[in-house]
Design a binder for this molecule. Structure first.
Ligand code: C5P
Length: 237
């Protein structure tokens, strides 16, 4: 029982913690997200370990640099045989196209990692856009424009809130992936996410993938909680 559209955020500091956590899922093939903290601390050996355990990896490093540098960096990441990577859409269409070129050059066999774009970080709000970045458009228009740029550059999708997922699919087509964090079970305490959605709500709101962190990693029984998330996302409750 596993669902490759449920991505568990491995927000741990060490390879040892990752190994202990993943050992609780013996026999399951998971999709996991490795972010900057873990990758900068434990690097490529840890990616290899997770692959050898049979899991898929979303390597969440959010690249943003000049196109040539992003292209070379993506070529290296593709060689790790990870399944999904990402960039900041604000780096421009040229940068996103370069990312795709790098992934195609570095891919292992025929399988290119999926590439998605971060649009506006949820830590930005309308005030920051207007006062610091001098962007005077409404935030949802900025998200849609940057998502459109990502689609035009040939990317596979974006990271967004489940609440934005339908807007994106209505405008850019249902094939364009929406990868959505901010997920909690109805029984959870909310932690620090401001707007949270249950897996069932995320499915109704057309999320392609859900990213679930502390709900599973912080649970006393992560496997049982993963199963609850799975059932809720499948609509089996
Ligand atoms: O523990 P939690 O389920 O809140 O973890 C969500 C994961 O998704 C974390 O790795 C977090 O950094 C990431 N994320 C997020 N909100 C965004 C973008 C990424 O929570 N807007």
């Amino acid at each position: 029982m596993s669902d490759s559209r449920i991505c568990i955020a491995l927000d741990f500091q060490t390879k040892q913690e990752v190994e202990t956590f993943l050992n609780k899922f013996e026999g399951e093939s998971l999709y996991v997200k490795v972010g900057m903290e873990l990758f900068y601390g434990e690097g490529i050996e840890m990616i290899k370990m997770i692959k050898e355990m049979g899991h898929q990896i979303f390597l969440d490093l959010k690249l943003h640099d000049i196109p040539n540098t992003v292209k070379s960096a993506m070529k290296q990441l593709a060689k790790l045989d990870v399944d999904m990577v990402n960039v900041h859409a604000s780096g421009s269409i040229a940068m996103m196209k370069a990312a795709m070129e790098g992934l195609n050059e570095g891919k292992v066999g025929n399988k290119r990692p999926l590439c998605i774009a971060v649009t506006c970080l949820t830590s930005l709000d309308q005030d920051v856009l207007e006062q610091e970045l001098l962007i005077q458009k409404p935030l949802d228009q900025v998200v849609l424009q940057w998502a459109t740029n990502a689609r035009d550059a040939g990317l596979d999708g974006i990271v967004c809130s489940p609440l934005e997922s339908k807007l994106i699919h209505d405008n850019l087509g249902s094939e364009f992936l929406t990868v959505t964090p901010g997920i909690r079970l109805a029984s959870d305490s909310v932690n620090d996410q401001k707007r949270v959605t249950t897996p069932a709500m995320a499915r109704e709101m057309t999320s392609s993938y859900i990213v679930v962190g502390r709900t599973i990693t912080g649970a006393s029984d992560p496997l049982a909680t993963y199963k609850k998330v799975y059932q809720d996302f499948q609509g089996e409750n």
